[in-house]
Design a protein around this ligand. Structure first.
Ligand SMILES: Nc1ncnc2c1ncn2[C@@H]1O[C@H](COP(=O)(O)OP(=O)(O)OP(=O)(O)O)[C@@H](O)[C@H]1O
Length: 359
C-alpha cells in the first residue's frame, strides 16, 4: 500500500468569525501529484500553508509520513518541503547563485552544491543561463529557475501554486511538458493549485475540489472533468453546457430528461428527480455522423455564433437552448459549419451528467 506522505484530519481554521477551512480528511499519497482546485477564496492557498506548516490550524491534526506533527518542530518538516509560486521571487543575483543559496544556508559542501546546481540547470534546460543575472530573465526562464531552486533542495513534497498562470501560452506548454517529466522521473509528491483545468490531466493523478473551505469532491481527473459534483466544480473544469430540465422517466440505466422541446438521455445518472440540470462538456457534442453507436442523443439546431478557441472553434448552437460545441478548422473552413447553418448535433448519453437543481 502506498504511504500517505501528508495527511490532515478534522482541520479547521477560524479567523475572527469566519471559518476559512473545515476539512474532515485530506491526504497526499507518496509519489502522486494532486491538483487542488476551487473558486477564488475557497481556501486553496490557506490549505497549502497549513500543509506546509506555515500556518497552524485552529483545530485538527497533521501527519507527515504517518508521524503526528508536533508544531514545536514544524521547521524540521518544512525543510522537507519546497514551494514554487506564481511569481518566481528570485534573488537579485545570478541564476546559479539563486539555485545554490538554499543549499549554502543548509550547510552543503561546495562540491555537492556545484553538482546539484548543475544537475537542475540541466534538467530544466537552463545551463546557458547559469551566469546571467536573474533580473533580466523572461517569465518562463525565471519560472524554470524557481523550479530548479526548489528541486535542488531535494524536497519530499513540492507545492506548486499556479506556477504557469503568469506565462504566455507557448511558454506554458513547454514548461508543463517539462514539469510533467520531472514529476514522473523524480517520483516526488506534489500539490498543484490551478485555475486551468487543462493542466489537470497532464500533471495530476487525483483532484481535490474545495468550496467555502470544504472538500466537495475528490477523484481522478476524468471523473471530476466529466462528473462534477456541483455547479461550481462544473464551471471550474470547463463544463460549459448547463441546461435546465425535468426528469421524465428512466429506461434501465438511462434517465430521460425533458429539456425544452427535446428529450435528452443520460446514462448512469444519480439524481433525486424533478428539476435537474443537464451538464455536457463542449467536446462531447459532435456534428451528426461523428458520434458512434446507436441510442445517442440527436438534436437539430442552428449555429448562432462561432468563436475562436485556441486553434479550434467554439460554436454556440441554438437548439431551443444554447449548446456549445468545439469544431475543427476543417469543419469551419470547409463550410460544414457556418453561422446561420442548420445542423444536427449528437452526444453520447454516457457523456451527459445530471445534477439535482439546487433548491
Ligand atoms: N489572514 C487572514 N485573515 C482573514 N481572512 C483570511 C486570511 N487569509 C485568508 N483569508 C480569507 O480566507 C478565504 C480563503 O482564502 P485563500 O487565499 O486561501 O483562497 P484561495 O482559494 O487560495 O483563493 P484564490 O484562488 O483567490 O487565490 C478568503 O475568504 C480570504 O479572504
Amino acid at each position: 500500500m502506498t504511504e500517505k506522505i501528508l495527511e490532515a484530519k478534522n482541520i479547521t481554521l477560524v479567523k475572527g468569525k469566519q471559518t476559512i477551512l473545515n476539512i474532515e480528511h485530506f491526504y497526499l499519497q507518496a509519489g502522486e501529484t494532486l491538483a487542488l482546485i476551487g473558486p477564488n477564496g475557497s481556501g486553496k492557498s490557506t490549505l497549502m500553508q497549513v500543509l506546509m506548516m506555515l500556518l497552524r490550524p485552529t483545530t485538527g491534526e497533521l501527519f507527515f509520513n504517518g508521524e503526528k506533527i508536533n508544531w514545536k518542530n514544524a521547521i524540521l518538516y518544512r525543510r522537507r518541503m519546497a514551494m514554487v509560486f506564481q511569481e518566481p521571487l528570485l534573488l537579485d543575483t545570478t541564476v546559479a547563485e539563486n539555485i545554490a543559496t538554499g543549499l549554502k544556508i543548509r550547510g552543503y559542501e561546495k562540491p555537492a552544491i556545484r553538482s546539484r546546481v548543475e544537475e537542475w540547470l540541466k534538467k530544466l534546460g537552463i545551463e546557458h543561463l547559469a551566469g546571467r543575472t536573474s533580473r533580466y530573465l523572461s517569465g518562463g526562464e525565471a519560472q524554470r529557475v524557481s523550479l530548479a531552486r526548489a528541486m535542488a533542495m531535494g524536497p519530499e513534497v513540492l507545492f506548486l501554486d499556479e506556477p504557469f498562470s503568469a506565462l504566455d501560452a507557448p511558454t506554458r506548454t513547454g514548461l508543463i511538458a517539462e514539469l510533467s517529466g520531472i514529476l514522473q522521473d523524480s517520483r516526488i509528491s506534489s500539490v498543484l493549485v490551478t485555475h486551468d483545468y487543462t493542466e489537470i490531466p497532464l500533471l495530476a493523478g487525483r483532484v481535490v475540489a474545495l468550496e467555502n473551505g470544504r472538500v466537495v469532491q475528490t477523484g481522478p481527473p476524468r471523473e471530476i472533468l466529466t462528473r462534477p459534483a456541483s455547479l461550481t466544480v462544473a464551471s471550474l473544469v470547463g463544463v460549459e453546457n448547463v441546461i435546465p430540465g425535468r426528469l421524465a422517466g428512466r429506461e434501465g440505466e438511462k434517465a430521460a430528461v425533458q429539456a425544452g422541446p427535446h428529450l435528452i438521455m443520460a446514462a448512469g445518472a444519480k439524481v433525486r428527480g424533478g428539476k435537474v440540470l443537464i451538464l455536457i462538456r463542449p467536446e462531447a457534442v459532435k456534428l451528426e455522423g461523428c458520434a458512434g453507436g446507436s441510442g445517442g442523443n440527436r438534436i437539430n439546431g442552428r449555429i448562432a455564433r462561432l468563436l475562436p478557441h485556441g486553434g479550434l472553434f467554439k460554436a454556440v448552437v441554438d437548439c431551443g437552448f444554447p449548446l456549445t460545441m468545439i469544431l475543427s478548422p476543417e469543419q469551419v473552413f470547409g463550410g460544414v459549419a457556418a453561422p446561420g447553418e442548420e445542423v444536427t448535433v449528437c452526444f453520447d448519453p454516457g457523456k451527459v451528467h445530471l445534477l439535482d437543481e439546487p433548491s
